[in-house]
Design a protein around this ligand. Structure first.
Ligand SMILES: [Zn+2]
Length: 142
């Protein structure tokens, strides 16, 4: 059986993301220094994560930065076996949702947990720097 006529391209697709962070740049600067902070609404006191320029509860635009604890409890996770091409050098990897002691839920990669991962296990948030020099955060077993 013959294949239908097809144009083949073997170019490597590079993805470029320019993510505006002007309203949350404080978070990224702090993360570079290994600190984990987020926004607290000056009007209603709501603490958000990820940090928000405007309060999702009362829509207020005045916020202050508060330090977050590093301890978390694993709520759920998924092991990504078939990774997107842009993460093929990291496969497989684990994405987790952890709940901080403040009650905030955080989505992040879970590193160093091996094969034994159980909801309820204690995690810690750690700051990392990507190969491109961008700060990011991961969970590690506590
Ligand atoms: Zn508010």
């Amino acid at each position: 059986m013959s294949e239908p006529p097809t144009l083949h391209s073997r170019r490597t697709l590079a993805l470029r993301f320019d993510i505006p962070i002007s309203k949350t740049s404080e978070f990224w600067s702090a993360l570079k220094e290994g600190r984990f902070i987020t926004t607290k609404c000056a009007k209603c006191g709501n603490v958000s994560f990820p940090p928000q320029a405007d309060c999702p509860k009362c829509m207020g635009s005045d916020s202050e930065w508060v330090e977050l604890g590093r301890e978390a409890t694993l709520v759920t996770y998924t092991r990504v076996q078939i990774t997107p091409a842009s993460f093929s050098d990291r496969d497989p990897y684990v994405i987790a949702i952890g709940e901080l002691s403040e009650g905030l839920k955080v989505l992040a990669w879970l590193e160093g947990a091996g094969e034994v991962i159980r909801p309820g296990m204690k995690l810690r948030v750690e700051a990392r720097t990507s190969g491109e020099g961008n700060p990011y955060y991961v969970f590690v077993p506590a």
